[in-house]
Design a binder for this molecule. Structure first.
Ligand code: MG
Length: 253
């Protein structure tokens, strides 16, 4: 156990508890985002967004795509459309652009499991912690792919996808829905997110939110949204899990 890290994690938890007037995080579940957390899929998404928008005469750099990660397709398209053309895209345009983006994305080789993610999940399983998925993705065959990469881990009753919610991240709805589905209180779970919008959603749901900076954004892009802790990778989080886990569960104040 690394004492310096232990103290740092403890401090972050105490800050969270004071802010929410709670006494302890009694950890029962970890709520995982998918893209950029479980799968190293963000480079493909960012490139597909860039190429799709270009076909419709609009500019969205791959770097900017990382900033929008977690938003619904429609929200991303409208932000760019308003900036580049001064108006919202029509529903037909949104459908067409999003379909193009999906086709481009699907033409790329499937992304690999994020290094460290399976190691962390195996530790959580050994600790008896419930594992849930909270994603804005609405890809078909999502479950098949999850099952291939993370055997015996995910099930529909422990998943929130694009089909379950009306408002995507940064709205707290997806994470609130996960708490509801899991029969959990906000202080019985933590969120693991890689994107600013996702961090915003977890924080707005009142859940202790761990950011993993697996992309090209500066750390402050995640910390500014209120992330309670930040790790440079899923591997780092997996390596530090035992220490972090030991910080939860007792009355802190
Ligand atoms: Mg993500």
């Amino acid at each position: 156990m690394n004492f310096k890290r232990y103290t740092m994690y403890k401090h972050a938890i105490e800050k969270y508890l004071a802010r929410h007037d709670r006494h302890a995080i009694r950890l029962k579940a970890v709520l995982f985002d998918m893209d950029g957390v479980l799968f190293d899929s963000m480079p493909n998404h960012a490139r597909a967004w860039h190429e799709a928008m270009l076909r419709y005469g609009m500019h969205l750099s791959p770097e900017e795509a990382y900033m929008h990660e977690g938003r619904t397709g429609a929200a991303t398209i409208n932000i760019v459309s308003r900036r580049e053309r001064g108006n919202d895209a029509t529903p037909q345009e949104i459908e067409e652009i999003y379909r193009t983006k999906t086709e481009i994305f699907n033409s790329y080789p499937q992304a690999e499991r994020m290094p460290g993610s399976w190691e962390l999940i195996r530790q959580l399983k050994a600790d008896g912690i419930t594992i849930m998925l909270v994603t804005g993705s609405g890809q078909t065959s999502l479950l098949d792919r999850l099952n291939r990469n993370f055997p015996d881990t995910f099930a529909p009753e422990r998943m929130v996808t694009a089909y379950d919610v009306r408002h995507g991240k940064p709205d707290p709805e997806p994470y609130l829905m996960a708490l509801k589905k899991g029969g959990l209180q906000p202080d019985e779970a933590i969120v693991v997110e890689n994107a600013p919008m996702g961090v915003q959603a977890g924080v707005a749901a009142g859940i202790f939110t761990v950011a993993v900076n697996t992309g090209p954004l500066p750390d402050h892009a995640l910390l500014d949204e209120g992330a309670n802790l930040l790790f440079p990778s899923m591997t780092a989080l997996s390596e530090q899990w035992e220490t972090l886990h030991s910080c939860f569960g007792r009355t802190q104040r």
